[in-house]
Design a protein around this ligand. Sequence first.
Ligand code: ADP
Ligand code: MG
Length: 704
Amino acid sequence: MRPQLLNPLFAPITTLKGAGPQIAAAAARLFKRPEKSPARLIDLLLHLPHDIIDRRHQPALNALPKESGRIITIRARTFRHNAPPPHSPAPWRVVVTDDSGHTITLVYFHARGDWLRKQLPEGEERYISGRLEWYGGKPQIVHPDHVLTAEEFAQLPALEPVYPAGAGITSRTIGKLVRQALEHLPELPEWIDSALLEQHQWPGFAEALRRVHMPQDITDLQPASPARQRLAFDEMLASQLALALVRHHVKARHGRALRGSGERQRRILAALPYTLTGAQQRAVDEILSDMARAERMLRLLQGDVGSGKTIVALLAMAAAAEAGAQAALMAPSDLLARQHFATIAPLAEAAGLTAALLTGREKGRQRQQILQQIASGTAHIVIGTHALFQEEVNFANLGLVVVDEQHRFGVHQRLALQQKAHAAADVLVMSATPIPRTLALALYGDMDISRLDEKPPGRQPVKTATLPIARAPEVIARLQQAVARGERAYWVCPVVEDGSALPATSAEERFATLSQALPGQVGLAHGRMKGEARDAVMEDFRAGRISVLVATTVVEVGVDVPQASIIVIENAERFGLAQLHQLRGRVGRGGQPGYCVLLYGEPLSANAAKRLAVMRETDDGFVIAEADLKLRGAGDLLGTQQSGLPRFRTADVADHATLLQAARDFARLSIARDAQLTTPRGTALRHLLYLHERDAALPLLSAG
Ligand code: ADP
Ligand code: MG
């Protein structure tokens, strides 16, 4: 139950003056409220301004800032209205002037002239504020934010916050509503440790909100201001606390100690043509010691493409088998499940273990047999897709679940999955895309992390070039030579949304041109093809019956074809860096050097140029991920929809990265001291969880 004290904050905004049904509907859209759910006071309060109009700064027209983009406030007389000719799309222009004798033009598109003449009567003085632009050497303001009389102007705050607005609701309306909402803000018990507050000079929650919504100084809104930091920390703390509760709950329910003899692992290691890297050995040790504990394991194995996660997972699964339990490995697609099976089955066999494959594609009698093997326990290692956790699948004795996730599951799905899988199973999540440390905390704050930060020896970095798409013919000519030498290449195209129900693929066109240049050598695989047809093409490529594979998404090129040495990525500027890095990791695996060509569409923005330069300069997935975070922001980095990344309203993962670690530490400490959240501090923390709607984990407390 939500603490009573918070009720006023969860009242709909229609309880405020000036918020009718239309404004309320616009606000609900702006705040991304679920269908039919009203916008509430708390949504307003957590909707922070992104700019400030500083009315203390009133430059004379002969002393305007030299750069475009600043918000200025001027006091000026209307000199002349320049109406556009009838039916012309040209804007209505109003020239205003001040004592300096200089002028500035106010520009209105689709204006109602009679209304404008009333707003700005000729010869009369008004206060005007808005964004200054220099256009053809002359200053102008397009659609000023305010045109006010002296009396009206006197009532506005000297520093006015500017809010991200939406259709049907302006920044000004939001400001008025927020100021009312602030009056309903109760004094809440403090949930942050006083030492932490003092250390950072953070204000209390209510004071912080007043500071950002009624700024006293320009700096109050900057990400580093104590008020902004306090609010960001709160939000991160709420999210970390929710993760810590999940973690505590999972850990508290008794798992089982899986302690292997080491025998099967030794036989697997003996069958390998290589020895483990130091990082692999460390990860194996960490995983095995987790598994040997009675507490359940919740561990993330994070490693760059090609860092050798598969063998680490296999050794963990072998340890489970030694301890008499089954292990399951869940892959994100049929194809990857098959590929894992192809790698793992022979090694398992060498150790006297049986591996089974179960995807949506095993049918009929064969499927029945596999289900039987799983139910009887004769299958030690079961590899598959989410089909593994359908009701018809009953494990005799499941002890370890490995999830090869590639960012497809959020925290909640993971929790659901392991509950469905087995109440006591250990969980190992493998993540192929390196993500910055800070984001790893946000995404996996409930888990312990093992990192493979060392690549197997003998890898040569992939040589990377960037070229405009106009030079594709040269690339194709080089490709012809390479194919003649027996090399194999991927050609990756983005999926293009053309407005029709199905996305069009530039891959189809590219397939056509490449097929002309290399008759009979090119295959096409994309997301709209049927699984079997796609697999057949992939198989042709793997077996060398074709030399060039044109494909669309990461999954389709997720296969391991060591002979592939070239990858061309078309419209590379449209891909995330992490994705480019993943794709590039597909080549240069077979001991021969790899080449990557990034073809970009022109014109290339400065930011996109920087991002592609990062790809040329480094091969380190973690460095690339950090750069991507800086250049694109957290949401884009992982694709917010797929990432499972929590949506933050007041915190910015890039700006407030350092706070995330502190939030996690404080969250874990709070749960360690007071797992039921019953002390005064714990009660205060409950308030926080409700404020930020991270209370979903609270019922776990009573479930015990
Ligand atoms: P990941 O899943 O992390 O992308 P894989 O497990 O598919 O990487 O391993 C990539 C390749 O490296 C495989 O061909 C694997 O056999 C090889 N490999 C793994 N570990 C080592 C090692 N320690 N020494 C040499 N090669 C290795
Ligand atoms: Mg892998």
